[in-house]
Design a protein around this ligand. Structure first.
Ligand code: SAM
Length: 324
């Protein structure tokens, strides 16, 4: 089992499979654009599989595929099949902006993805255009509705709430999720990898809960093991609303995750510059136990806590490279 100097156990690896994205969300990708990695600098599917196998040998049992936009990576389903075949990997999940899901959801269901999070920050097409630089709102929304229909074990709609951008849509999202009888998650805006963040743009979850309760009634559910989400039931509906509050509630003491960047670095904390190169050893033909050292090194560097509540992150990568 991977454990760090503060006694935290890590069993969850988030894998960014590409730094490319088909959206340009203003809060995620810097306005001046980003320099993308060359294809040969990205981990191949075989390399990702080797690294995940090494992690599973150390107690990783949950992997989430993210990006950039993971569904843009050519042959993505092939990667999923390779990972789904790893014995000991119990949970294979996906985070996507949904745009390509309409076409891929049913196929992905067959390959071994169990849970899907779709990121959609607005229910207004013209606002989506402004926030993302894309007119594909309809595709994104239909992508979410297609995964719901496809019957995955779990599907969630993720919304980053940014004051002055989309905080006037909180009730609209609650009402939409009630109609869909599904799960919604509001995420606090983090100062990671962008120069756009300002403290006054963060809307703490407590304020969102108060706002929802003015019109609807939500009640707190018992906390799930190893979960950073505070979950609420919408009274009178099977739908739920969860809150991820990295800014207002430090949950670092329960952090159970490492991240793998698309270009092959293990990152112990989203808000930290620390990372360890695992691409060089994996390209040198190392596998299994030989890669343990790299995982241990990442665990050694895992900070006790981030300081995002003070607006601080020294992660030099933008979010799309790390995968959120
Ligand atoms: N393209 C995929 C998607 O849109 O879900 C996966 C990558 S995206 C970087 C993962 C998640 O990070 C998205 O839900 C996005 O909204 C979120 N995200 C990006 N920048 C963020 C920030 N500064 N604070 C909070 N969440 C952020």
């Amino acid at each position: 089992m991977l454990s760090d100097q503060f006694g935290r156990k890590v069993n969850y690896l988030r894998v960014s499979v590409t730094d490319r994205c088909n959206l340009r969300c203003r809060y995620c990708i810097p306005a001046e654009g980003v320099s993308l990695k060359k294809h040969e600098d990205l981990l191949s599917f075989e390399e990702i599989e080797t690294i995940v196998r090494a992690g599973v040998g150390l107690g990783i049992n949950k992997v989430r595929l993210t990006g950039g936009e993971p569904l843009l990576r050519k042959g993505f389903s092939e990667l999923v099949k390779k990972l789904a075949a790893i014995e000991g990997l119990e949970d294979l999940a996906l985070t996507t902006n949904g745009i390509l899901l309409g076409a891929m959801a049913w196929e992905l269901k067959k390959t071994g993805i169990k849970r899907v999070n779709v990121s959609l920050d607005t229910l207004r097409p013209e606002r989506f255009n402004r926030m993302t630089g894309s007119d594909q709102w309809q595709q994104a929304k239909e992508g979410f509705e297609t995964v719901l229909a496809a019957g995955f074990e779990q599907v969630k709609l993720n919304v980053v709430v940014i004051a002055g951008y989309n905080d006037d849509e909180i009730d609209d999202f609650v009402e939409y999720i009630m109609v869909k009888k599904a799960q919604l998650r509001f995420i606090e805006f983090m100062p990671v990898g962008n120069h756009h963040w300002k403290n006054e743009m963060v809307l703490p979850s407590k304020g969102i809960i108060e706002r929802i309760n003015q019109k609807h009634h939500i009640v707190s559910l018992p906390p799930l093991k190893n979960s950073i989400v505070e979950e609420y039931q919408i009274v009178g509906s099977p739908a739920t609303v969860g809150f991820i509050s990295p800014m207002s509630h430090s949950f670092c003491h329960g952090c159970n995750r490492l991240r793998l960047t698309a270009d092959g670095f293990l990152k112990p904390c989203l808000a930290s510059k620390y990372e360890v190169n695992i691409k060089v050893p994996v390209r040198a033909g190392h596998a299994g136990n030989e890669l343990r050292r790299v995982f241990y090194e990442a665990m050694r560097l895992k900070p006790k806590a981030h300081k995002m509540d003070q607006g601080f992150s020294d992660n030099t990568r933008h979010m799309a490279e790390v995968g959120g």
